[in-house]
Design a protein around this ligand. Structure first.
Ligand code: SF4
Length: 304
């Protein structure tokens, strides 16, 4: 990860480990760590935080870096944190990441709560996609969101922080544009007492910064990749955006901010669409039957 062309930190005389090509500044390891934590702190200080904040914690690089960063600045915040993990039931993948998550929480002294698809929905993700031609990531995303909400609710958690970084936002912006469904841009904006508020403290932090932050603290583990990841459109979009960023520094940030601005300026129009109540489970959704119930009743060929 360390760029061999880097020289000296722009803020001190130490060797640089990171080049911000858009701002044309170099940062050493200490200043990179400070920069990441400052960006997280600035983000969190703008929010009226409840006494307990849940960190959506997969055990992967991004959520581990977020947990570490928040723990390191916790004395400047008026809250404590707990880690929330969803076990989707993906063989040869999730067991290892959960083991890593448990170890990290134990080292950081953070309470750790886990919820399993099998327990909540009666099926693992593997079982739900077996024999189905639906995209595993689509099903996973919908069910994981619900599972996380249930876990948060079980522990009276009103705010969930996720490890999404600036690159993730840029990818989502482009994927939303490709989908042609303008409502996706505004999804999650409607107020509902059912849902915990989602916050993204890494929103202004690039993927490279997050990765280096994790590397510098020795948080990077050689974990397996999800076997369904290759079926993801996100992988293609990620490669495309990296190419743009390399040739046109700042592209990633511009794409992420563009969608944020659209949400800010036009969001109120879509907020008027109230959530409907699912006739099957009673949770809010965009139709008569929510997406979770649609998946569980229609998509599993062996379900009775
Ligand atoms: Fe779920 Fe897809 Fe991520 Fe795997 S790659 S954990 S299936 S969203």
């Amino acid at each position: 990860m360390v760029d061999k062309h880097l020289k000296i930190c722009s803020l001190c005389q130490n060797p640089a480990v990171y080049l911000d090509r858009e701002r044309e500044i170099h940062l050493c390891s200490d200043h990179l760590i400070t920069s990441v934590e400052e960006q997280v702190l600035i983000y969190l200080k703008k929010i009226d935080l409840p006494p307990v904040v849940g960190i959506a914690f997969s055990g992967g690089k991004d959520s581990t870096a977020l947990l570490k960063a928040v723990c390191r600045i916790l004395d400047q915040l008026s809250c404590r944190v707990v880690a929330l993990t969803v076990d989707e039931g993906i063989e040869r993948y999730r067991q290892e990441t959960i083991r890593a998550a448990e170890e990290t929480c134990s080292i950081l002294g953070v309470p750790h709560y886990i919820i399993r698809f099998q327990d909540v929905f009666g099926h693992s993700l593997d079982q739900l996609v077996s024999g189905s031609d639906r995209n595993a990531c689509t099903i996973c995303g919908i069910l994981r969101r619900r599972a996380l909400e249930i876990l948060a609710r079980n522990h009276s958690i009103k705010v969930i922080a996720t490890g999404h970084n600036q690159d993730d936002h840029a990818q989502t912006a482009l994927m939303n544009a490709i989908s042609g469904d303008v409502r996706k841009v505004f999804s999650g904006m409607g107020e509902s007492p059912w849902y915990a508020r989602r916050i993204k403290p890494f929103a202004e932090v690039s993927e490279r910064e997050v990765t280096l932050y994790a590397l510098l603290f020795g948080l990077f583990r050689d974990l397996p990749e999800c076997p369904y990841a290759s079926s993801s459109l996100r992988g293609e979009v990620r490669a495309l955006l990296y190419r743009y960023e390399r040739n046109h520094p700042g592209s990633m940030r511009h794409a992420a901010r563009c969608e944020e601005e659209i949400r800010d300026r036009l969001g109120r129009i879509f907020e008027r669409d109230p959530y409907q109540t699912c006739v099957s489970c009673g949770w809010p959704g965009s139709g008569r039957v929510c997406q979770v119930c649609t998946i569980l009743t229609n998509e599993h060929p062996n379900r009775t």
